[in-house]
Design a protein around this ligand. Sequence first.
Ligand code: C2E
Ligand code: MG
Ligand code: MG
Ligand code: MG
Length: 276
Amino acid sequence: RAKASIATDACFYEEEMDKTVRLRRRMVKELRTAIDRGEFSLHWQVQESVGTGAITGYEALLRWTRADGSSVSPANFIPLAEQSGLILAIGEWVLRTACATAASWAEPHRIAVNLSPVQLGHVDLPRLVQQVLLDTGLSPARLELEITETAMIADPVRTIHILRQLKAIGVSVAMDDFGTGYSSLSTLRSFPFDKIKLDRSFMAELNGAPQSAAIVRAVLTLGESLDIPVLAEGVETPEQLAFLREQGCDEAQGYLLGRPGPLPVRGRDGPERLAG
Ligand code: C2E
Ligand code: MG
Ligand code: MG
Ligand code: MG
């Protein structure tokens, strides 16, 4: 009887696997036509100076709403887009749309655009970026590109070369989700980053795990000694912001300051902000 039950479990497991594979295939198929159908849009999330509260920029975050009105999180579809190679077309759409949109804003805020490591490996990025800036008229100084540690590990020599070319154009580069991968002091030193974005998991753990406060302090010290500003992601509470201010963190981003939305507006404007 035990044997039969194991067989049934295995069968059930296989069926579930088939279902997952089918769902993923369907999603890739839908992703393939998403650009043409106009199903992508960008949301913007404010970034600000911890010391002064001044707006320092807006991060562009990709949103996918399918024809039936359902939306899929980028955390779910970006990996699929990367595996299928579709990220190259999608990433170019994001870059163009972000730059064109920002160029039309009344206020010349800086924007941050996420790049996939796949884009770094397969496209002549410096050329693409230069072309997009030319086409949209956005000043290079207004564009920051966010790159995660994965890109550095995959091909460090090539990545350093690309980053240098990008910086020569006049755009800046930020290391995204810092602390979740394998980068060390020497990694940071050898890559010409203009900003370190501390992963939001450290903010989330600030109250619970005492080591998190120590890690945040260590990263701030690291940034200070390398002369690279640090932005803390995922700031949700006034207590977290107060801690960052106390520790001398440069910039912050998170639901407390503003949720991502279709327009570049700050979430804290209004009476509460003035009171706080
Ligand atoms: P990311 O680049 O680290 O972006 C920050 C993510 O944290 C966003 O999730 C944002 O909505 C979320 N977030 C911001 N503040 C808070 C907060 O206070 N609390 C919490 N819990 N979350 C907060 P989102 O938009 O779902 O994007 C997830 C990831 O998908 C991004 O992480 C980025 O890695 C990727 N992604 C988004 N748009 C693009 C894109 O255009 N291209 C590429 N290659 N990746 C993208
Ligand atoms: Mg990012
Ligand atoms: Mg991040
Ligand atoms: Mg992230």
